[in-house]
Design a protein around this ligand. Structure first.
Ligand SMILES: Cc1ncc(COP(=O)(O)O)c(C=O)c1O
Ligand SMILES: *[C@@H]1O[C@H](CO)[C@@H](O)[C@H](O)[C@H]1NC(C)=O
Ligand SMILES: *[C@@H]1O[C@H](CO)[C@@H](O)[C@H](O)[C@H]1NC(C)=O
Ligand SMILES: *[C@@H]1O[C@H](CO)[C@@H](O)[C@H](O)[C@H]1NC(C)=O
Length: 416
């Protein structure tokens, strides 16, 4: 029976995803000096994507390995991969590993790890299938956190104070107050390092205070580690907060992404690392994770996970990878320093110390919405409405133009 009007006539048009819309606008712009500071991926000083040399080498090795095939991998992923991934974030000497109470679930990127972890928590956290458990994300946060956690059914997603715009830094007092006020057993999503979008992380002393309150108030830490290695260039230093929480006896989840630090964006290589109280509880958690993954994507893809597992399990390849990560982190640091220097030399109103104090791929410039609009419309420099820029969008070739444009934007449109 044919129906005259479409069954989908009532589907409303959804707003485009901001960061992809920005890139589309950038691509459509014919201006010769245009710059894209919006994209969430690494770029070389020539403005190009970078295939890490170690990845290229390992991919060659995989292509020539006749023992490999395209059979399904286990539901929870390649065991060697999840083991290596958990070791990377927890540390090889982690008590959780020694006591067999850790486990990994190979997921489709960091997003997949957040999604599977969220799905599990919705069903099983605190003993009941309770969609009303309050789940807190930082203000501001990566926009997709809200989307992912509401998609798995959480109905009470709240935000905790994080960024203090006046001081252009962490609002520790506000954060701790919000944790004190949160209902016991609430879930807190914490950025493990290189907070997106502010580029501002708690110090070790601040993390210790956060852990103290969370332990006392029975709050559950769900870490999001999308940038391990990108913050400091040192993988262990960037894992400090997660390891500290483990040392304090927390049960926790950590969503890991190898998109940025391996440059494997489109291979969707993620891992959900779980730390439980003991091996018995871990076994039961894994059994339920299998059911959730089976119903979601059934089995994960092999290629990216093989690249990561081979690299991390071979000391020489691992050393090459760490050098590649350092190359990326160092380029970001250089661009931060040069942008700050240039803005100061131009006499740009305001202070610019935050550019070098912030870490990771992103910087919260402090440009307001009108100034961002000026940058896009008048200067063809594309950045997020929040004023967030990707430091890798800067190159030796466009730095002067970007700094001069920021000078013009800030001078002609003062902050309200
Ligand atoms: C904070 C944060 N979490 C998770 C992700 C997801 O990473 P993936 O591309 O591996 O899904 C990103 C990517 O931009 C991110 O910035
Ligand atoms: C967690 O479980 C305890 C004990 O069953 C219950 O009192 C509490 O309300 C639960 N909290 C949440 C956030 O689900
Ligand atoms: C579900 O969570 C809400 C909010 O924390 C809590 O009030 C309620 O008691 C929980 N229900 C159960 C059955 O634990
Ligand atoms: C782990 O789970 C078991 C139930 O099988 C429980 O008896 C035990 O107390 C749990 N471990 C901890 C540390 O809570």
């Amino acid at each position: 029976m044919a129906c005259a009007s479409s069954l989908f006539a009532a589907v409303p048009l959804a707003a485009p995803v901001a960061v992809f819309k920005l890139t589309a606008d950038f691509k459509a712009d014919p201006h010769p000096k245009k710059v894209n500071l919006g994209v969430g991926a690494y770029r070389t000083d020539d403005g190009q994507p970078w295939v890490l040399p170690v990845v290229k080498k390992v991919e060659q090795q995989i292509a020539e390995d006749t023992s490999l095939n395209h059979e399904y991998v286990p539901i929870l992923g390649l065991p060697e991969y999840t083991k290596q991934a958990c070791e990377l974030i927890l540390g090889k000497d982690s008590p959780a590993i020694a006591e067999n109470r850790e486990g990994g679930v190979q997921c489709l990127g960091g997003t997949g790890a957040l999604r599977i972890g969220g799905d599990f928590l919705r069903r099983w956290y605190n003993g009941t299938n309770n969609a009303s458990t309050p789940l807190y994300v930082s203000a501001p946060t990566w926009a997709n956190h809200n989307g992912v956690f509401s998609a798995v059914g959480f109905v009470d997603i709240r935000s905790y104070r994080y960024w203090d715009p006046a001081k252009r830094g962490l609002d520790l007092q506000g954060l701790l107050e919000d944790m004190e006020k949160a209902p016991e057993f609430s879930i807190f999503v914490l950025h493990a390092c290189a907070h997106n979008p502010t580029g501002t992380d708690p110090s070790k002393e601040e993390w210790q205070k956060i852990a103290e309150v969370m332990k006392r108030r029975l709050l559950f830490p769900f870490f999001d580690a999308a940038y391990q290695g990108f913050a400091s260039g040192d993988l262990d230093r960037d894992a400090w907060a997660v390891r500290y929480f483990v040392s304090q006896g927390f049960e926790l989840f950590c969503a890991q992404s190898f998109s940025k630090n391996f440059g494997l964006y489109n291979e969707r290589v993620g891992n959900l690392c779980i730390v439980a109280k003991d091996e018995d509880n871990m076994t039961r958690i894994r059994s339920q994770m299998e059911k959730i993954v089976r119903a979601t994507w059934s089995n994960p893809p092999a290629h990216g996970a093989r690249v990561v597992a081979i690299t991390l399990s071979n000391p020489q390849l691992c050393a090459e990878w760490k050098a590649n990560v350092k190359t990326m982190a160092d380029r970001v640091l250089l661009m931060r320093a040069q942008l700050k220097e240039k803005l100061e030399k131009l006499g740009t109103p305001g202070t610019w110390d935050h550019l070098t104090q912030q870490i990771g791929m992103f910087s919260f410039t402090g440009l307001n919405a009108d100034q961002v609009d000026y940058m896009i419309r008048k200067k063809h420099i594309y950045l997020m409405a929040s004023g967030r820029i990707n430091m890798c969008g800067l190159t030796t070739g466009n730095l002067d133009y970007v700094a001069e444009s920021m000078y013009e934007a800030v001078s002609s449109i003062q902050c309200q």
